[in-house]
Write a protein that binds this ligand. Structure first.
Ligand code: HH2
Length: 261
């Protein structure tokens, strides 16, 4: 899953793809780099970020959604939003997946709409909200808590009318978690794959690599690939990544070794 942030303030690529022509060009690039799907977001959820209005989010998304609606998207599109109205406009344009970092908690209309439109949803774990989530998060048993949360949200999605086979789950690396929580979740991903749904993992360029290695955002490709492969080795089905080409190459190499065994 490649990432396209049409935002001025995303933590690693804010401002790069805000211009309509840059956003559409990057969409084609991500497809050419071998991603299977592109997650398009217009509101940053980095630690400390503030929400943007529905109108502003839709205004930023419009050029990309116009390409999707016109049948010109070079790969399937996922919409990274927790707002039902935004998700609905994107689904009407042709988005196949709604990636909701609040797992349907922020807007009660989102899951029923995904169900009505027979689309897929990614339900992510987040402790608190982006503005405050990194203020001293603590867990007694992070793996058990995240597993319990995702199990409950999976049930909520199905109760809202989403087909179970259209639900993906995500531990939400970096969303209200300390370094040791992120590492424990990656190491114990089997506890989440045991819920029977594909698991999405997003480690790409995240600040856990500052804490682990002292690396700044532009120096995080190697640790992002290593953590991603560690997740795949433990059963992750989808890697959400900014560096699509490098991630696809790493996965292909890993798979070639596995296939030769
Ligand atoms: N991470 C980010 C945003 N959305 N969605 C899922 N399912 N999983 C993730 O790990 C995840 C996500 C944060 O990354 P990014 O979109 O690059 O940053 P920002 O929120 O600053 O736009």
């Amino acid at each position: 899953m490649g990432v396209l942030n049409v935002t001025p303030d995303s933590f690693s690529d804010g401002g790069r793809y805000l211009a309509p022509s840059a956003a559409v060009a990057r969409l084609h690039e991500i497809a050419g780099e071998g991603a299977a799907i592109c997650d398009v977001g217009a509101e940053s959820t980095r630690p400390g970020s503030r929400p943007v209005s529905e109108e502003e989010e839709l205004r930023r998304l419009e050029p990309v959604l116009a390409v999707v609606a016109g049948g010109g998207a070079p790969l399937p599109i996922s919409i990274d939003t927790y707002k039902a109205v935004v998700a609905d406009v994107a689904m009407a344009a042709g988005a196949v997946l709604v990636n909701d970092v609040t797992a349907g908690r922020a807007d009660p209309d989102l899951l029923p709409l995904v169900g009505e439109r027979h689309r897929a949803v990614c339900l992510m774990h987040m402790r608190g909200e982006p503005r405050t989530m990194q203020e001293a998060p603590r867990y007694d048993d992070v793996v058990g808590e995240v597993r319990g949360f995702l199990e409950e949200r999976l049930e909520a999605a199905v109760a809202a009318g989403v087909a179970e086979e259209r639900v993906l789950l995500d531990p939400g690396i970096g969303f209200g978690k300390r370094l040791q929580d992120n590492l424990a979740l990656l190491a114990n991903l089997g506890a989440l794959t045991a819920l029977g749904r594909p698991v999405v993992v997003g480690v790409s360029r995240k600040s856990m690599f500052r804490r682990l290695l002292g690396r700044e955002v532009e120096e995080r490709l190697a640790p992002s690939l290593a953590a991603g492969l560690a997740a795949v080795a433990r059963g992750a089905a989808v890697l959400r990544a900014h560096d699509a080409r490098e991630t696809v190459d790493a996965l292909a190499t890993w798979a070639a070794v596995e296939a030769a065994g």
